[in-house]
Design a protein around this ligand. Sequence first.
Ligand code: CMP
Length: 141
Amino acid sequence: MSKITLAIVKPDAVKAGNTGAIIDHIIKAGFKVKAMKMVRMTKESAMGFYEVHKERPFYGELVDFMCSGPCVPMMLEKENAVAEYRKLIGATDPAQADEGTIRKLFATSKAENAVHGSDSDENAKLEVAHFFSRGEILSNG
Ligand code: CMP
């Protein structure tokens, strides 16, 4: 079981001024932020990041949304990080998310759902590499 996951505070949550509150939830849940930046994704970057969803009907909408404003990708560390972080953010659709989860608190719809979390250890590694070079990741502390 890997100890890392890739989280993104998505453009809807950044625009709404919820970046700090979301990072606070993440830290209070015991995650360490090992890398973080604010970026505006290009279309090419968003298309590559969501390549696995390219056959889905919402792919174009998803890519446009992710490029619509700045977002905040983070590499997080904790034991069993992928599953623990997905528990913290709740279901993709905020209407289905448990009370107290980040999506229940901050997401407005299935599309504009405030945060992203990797769905497997393998994807976590690929997604971290999408945003961060080795020199941008804390090696200790
Ligand atoms: P995320 O965890 O980033 O992974 C894929 C994303 O696709 C998901 O969050 C949502 O933002 C988006 N998504 C999933 N289902 C739908 C849908 N039915 N309509 C629009 N966007 C969706």
